[in-house]
Ligand binder design. Structure first.
Ligand code: C2E
Ligand code: MG
Ligand code: MG
Ligand code: MG
Length: 277
């Protein structure tokens, strides 16, 4: 429903869609110059190996603090960055920054740590993406095994053949591929067998079901872990927030966990403190 806003003759729509559109426009406008203006940072969330109970890896997560808009969640701006193709330079920046930080940590004595970086399929499909990953890695003095590329399951069905081709090439160069948000997308189990996936990341929505009233729901997690194991994949649970969830995942043979129960994503300095502590 529209209402007239008196003197200026502006028509103001109180439809929520309009607000979403306006927000999107603002994000797009500010995002355009954000990289150049150094407005991005990376936060790092520890991944804990349940066999050793130690931090075995980190996931790099983008943080944007816009002077105009304040903190904007990646859930909002990544989509915009994809639509405008800004994700290409932005993703490259993320990879470079994360690799340099990992190299630093290796040199400080944490040589066992790996780094997981989220990759948009749009980036993956760029000509020269694989070469870019390799040269970024080499420039920072890391090995392909140190890096895990996270691809979100929900987008796998688009351009499946091309994605598969690229991933297989990356796999041949010894990079590890993780399937992020597993269970939320449409990729069929047969796709799993054809893609060179080394790690399944169980989506938080399933972890939330642990301890739920219905047993059927918790069993889903058990089944996902079994599928991963059968296919010789690493299985990691994301969004672990409680001791009960952790105990259940351990019991079911989940390999790794990530979540607020252990640590939120942290700025580089705090993460180093955590490692040293
Ligand atoms: P994701 O890759 O699945 O990352 C997990 C998200 O869950 C992160 O949100 C993380 O902060 C949050 N999280 C971790 N543990 C917990 C927990 O215990 N409880 C709760 N409630 N949340 C938890 P974040 O950082 O807001 O990122 C959201 C999504 O944005 C990511 O989901 C990823 O898809 C995307 N993203 C973030 N950084 C990048 C990036 O550099 N490149 C691309 N392409 N996408 C990114
Ligand atoms: Mg991820
Ligand atoms: Mg995820
Ligand atoms: Mg997610």
């Amino acid at each position: 429903k529209a209402k007239e806003a008196g003197k200026d003759n502006y028509i103001v729509f109180d439809h929520p869609l309009n607000e979403i559109f306006a927000e999107r426009m603002m994000i797009e406008k500010q995002l355009y110059k954000a990289l150049e203006l150094n407005e991005f940072e990376l936060a790092y969330q520890p991944q804990i190996d349940l066999a050793t109970n130690r931090i075995s890896g980190l996931e790099a997560l983008l943080r944007w603090k816009s002077p105009e808009l304040g903190y904007v969640s990646p859930l909002k701006f990544i989509k915009v960055a994809e639509d405008t193709h800004q994700i290409v330079p932005l993703g490259e920046w993320v990879l470079g920054k994360a690799c340099r930080f990992l190299r630093e940590l290796h040199q400080k004595g944490f040589g066992h740590l790996t780094m997981s970086v989220n990759i948009s399929v749009l980036q993956l499909l760029q000509t020269g993406f694989n070469e870019m990953v390799l040269s970024t890695l080499q420039a920072s003095g890391l090995d392909p095994q140190d890096l895990e590329l996270e691809i979100t399951e929900s987008v796998l069905l688009e351009s499946y053949d091309q994605v598969s081709l690229k991933l297989n090439e990356l796999k041949r160069t010894n990079f590890k591929i993780a399937l992020d948000d597993f269970g939320t997308g449409y990729s069929s189990l047969s796709h799993l067998t054809h893609l060179p996936i080394s790690t399944l990341k169980i989506d938080k929505s399933f972890i939330d079901l642990i301890g739920a009233e219905s047993n059927h729901q918790a069993t889903l997690v058990e089944q996902i872990i079994l599928i991963g194991k059968r296919m010789s994949m690493n299985v990691i649970a994301e969004g672990v927030e409680s001791a009960d969830q952790l105990a259940y995942l351990r019991e079911q043979g989940c390999d790794k966990v990530q979540g607020y129960f252990f640590s939120r994503p942290l700025p580089a300095g705090e993460l180093e403190q955590l490692l040293l502590g």
